[in-house]
Design a protein around this ligand. Structure first.
Ligand SMILES: [Ca+2]
Ligand SMILES: [Ca+2]
Length: 326
């Protein structure tokens, strides 16, 4: 169990009245110019109203240098994360226990990239399907997208994000997957929207990574490190790493915005000693003690029944095959 820390019972109650809580990921020591040194990660339950730490930060073990986290209703009790990679190597999707911080590999994706930063989000239509937006060369504008199904391990590389509205040297960061009828639309920030440092918000086709629509924002989004939608309020929060040119200290601002306009609502500064580097990842997590069958659980049941059916079919067929061959 966690020890309440740094906030009043009243604000704790207010922040968690619907059981959706904001879990941030910090990476220490974070230096924008030297991101390939090993980073120590912490999971931090955060009050979005005040920006304060709610409970004792949880040290992540089993992996280092995680750059983002996200949560799925199919896998209660854990968040999924990816780490930066100094040398191209198959990319592991990690599963991190939200109570203990212990990380284990969920899926290894057959992609070899030098990954700097990124953001994750699960599909609102299929809680097994994970989208990953990745930046794989510092400042060179090479940023791509892939999906992986955590249950089946099916992998779909979409390659680079492309289309009208893309900046000459884009810096894509911050990803949320939003339902639009049966479809999924991806919203992605481009923090190099113009020479005046204003950001762009792209709506992207979730099937091919093509930009559908671009909105020029009227504010400096800083260095967007992550974005995550509150499932009930539909408000999207993003973590603003820094407000100035690369190399500045991360400011640690979290901001709610309206979609699809991208309008900025009321930014909140993270506070407390654990936020000296801001947040590199963030997720809204449903913390509930209720034991509810999940899609993943039912998927395993269906798989088991399928194996039994197939086995009985093969056993019934076997004698006839032997007779036919003799
Ligand atoms: Ca990130
Ligand atoms: Ca995200």
């Amino acid at each position: 169990m966690h020890t309440p820390q740094g906030s009043s019972a009243a604000s704790r109650q207010g922040a968690s009245s619907d059981n959706w809580e904001l879990l941030l990921l910090e990476a220490k020591p974070f230096d924008i110019d030297d991101q390939f040194s090993p980073l120590i990660n912490y999971l931090i339950w955060t009050d979005p109203d005040t920006g304060s730490v709610l409970e004792t930060p949880i040290l992540v073990s089993g992996v280092d240098s995680l750059i983002d986290i996200t949560w799925s209703s199919a896998f209660p009790g854990v968040v999924f994360g990816v780490r930066s990679a100094v040398t191209p190597a198959p990319l592991d999707i990690w599963m991190i226990d939200i109570e203990t911080g212990l990380a284990t590999i969920a899926v290894t994706v057959p992609i070899s990239l030098k990954i700097l930063e990124g953001d994750l989000d699960f599909s609102p239509q299929d809680p097994n399907v994970l989208y990953f937006l990745y930046e794989y060369e510092n400042g060179a504008g090479h940023e791509g997208l892939f999906t992986v199904n955590i249950a089946s391990q099916a992998y779909d590389p979409m390659g680079e994000i492309a289309g009208p509205g893309k900046a000459a040297i884009p810096d894509f960061s911050g990803l949320v997957a939003v339902a639009n009828g049966p479809d999924v639309e991806l919203f992605i920030w481009d923090t190099r929207g113009s020479s005046s440092d204003m950001a762009r918000l792209h709506k992207v086709d979730s099937t091919n990574g093509q930009i559908i629509e671009t909105t020029m924002l009227s504010y400096d989004a800083g260095f967007v490190a992550w974005a995550a939608m509150h499932p009930q309020s539909q408000t999207v929060w993003f973590g603003d790493g820094e407000g100035g040119p690369p190399g500045e200290t991360w400011s640690g601002i979290i901001s709610p915005v309206d979609l699809p306009s991208g309008a900025l609502l009321a930014p909140v500064a993270l506070s407390g000693s654990f936020y000296d580097a801001g947040s590199v990842g963030g997720a809204w997590v449903l913390r509930s003690g209720a034991s509810v069958p999940t899609v993943n659980t039912w998927g395993l049941v269906v798989l088991f029944l399928g194996i039994l059916t197939a086995a009985s079919f093969v056993l019934r067929r076997a004698p006839r095959v032997a007779i036919a061959g003799s």
